[in-house]
Design a protein around this ligand. Structure first.
Ligand code: IMP
Ligand code: MG
Length: 192
């Protein structure tokens, strides 16, 4: 197996333990099931970061819905610009359907805003966002987030599907990744 080169970084403390994630994801599943009861619902999970959350959320839901996947990546050298490239498009049309976008984390909001814009052109009946994590402190674009699991401070997190250079997705909890090098600034945990 490939050794991941995660450079000068090390895992920090657990921010959200496995049992809290499971509890919250079940609550979200129930909430979404009530909100969409009797309606047609298409889940659209954004790859890769949301695949574990989406799988658990789907199993926590009590209504029938479809699920489709969209792969995106930021344009090389421009992470955080909000300009994303679609690496895998949806298999099915979303025209006329109620769409719930499943995201791992909303940070600046640029990616979510781009996705909303792009998907609205396909004429869904309605489109809402469900994000596991919400880093409100770093928001640049105001984004309507209908469902979110946890609000977190401005720290870089990994686990439960989320990666740093493709590593750590398999952690069952969410942990903070700390830069281990003096050349990289420590994340500000003060929340200011
Ligand atoms: P935004 O466009 O700034 O809202 O960034 C959204 C995307 O950046 C997320 O879907 C993640 O893929 C990635 N991202 C932002 N913060 C983190 C983090 O703390 N850990 C892992 N990925 C992150
Ligand atoms: Mg993502």
């Amino acid at each position: 197996m490939k050794d991941f080169d995660v450079g000068a970084h090390e895992l920090g403390k657990v921010l959200i333990p496995k049992n809290r994630l499971q509890e919250r994801v079940s609550e979200l599943g129930q909430q979404i099931s009530q909100a969409y009861d009797g309606k047609d619902l298409a889940l659209v999970a954004i790859l890769k970061g949301s695949f574990i959350f989406a799988a658990d959320l789907l199993r926590a839901m009590t209504i029938q819905c479809s699920i489709d996947f969209m792969g995106i990546s930021s344009y090389a050298g421009q992470p955080g610009s909000g300009v994303v490239r679609i690496t895998k498009d949806l298999d099915e049309s979303i025209a006329g359907r109620n769409v719930l976008l499943i995201e791992d984390i909303i940070d600046t909001g640029l990616t979510g805003s781009y996705l909303l814009q792009t998907l609205r052109q396909r004429k869904p009946a309605n489109i809402e966002i469900c994000a596991l994590l919400d880093k409100t402190a770093r928001r640049i674009i105001d984004l309507p987030i209908s469902y979110h699991g946890f609000e977190i401070p401005d720290v870089f997190v990994v686990g439960y599907g989320m990666d740093y250079q493709q590593a750590y997705r398999s952690l069952p909890h969410i942990a903070i990744l700390h830069p281990n090098s003096k050349s990289i600034a420590e994340p500000d945990l003060s929340g200011e």
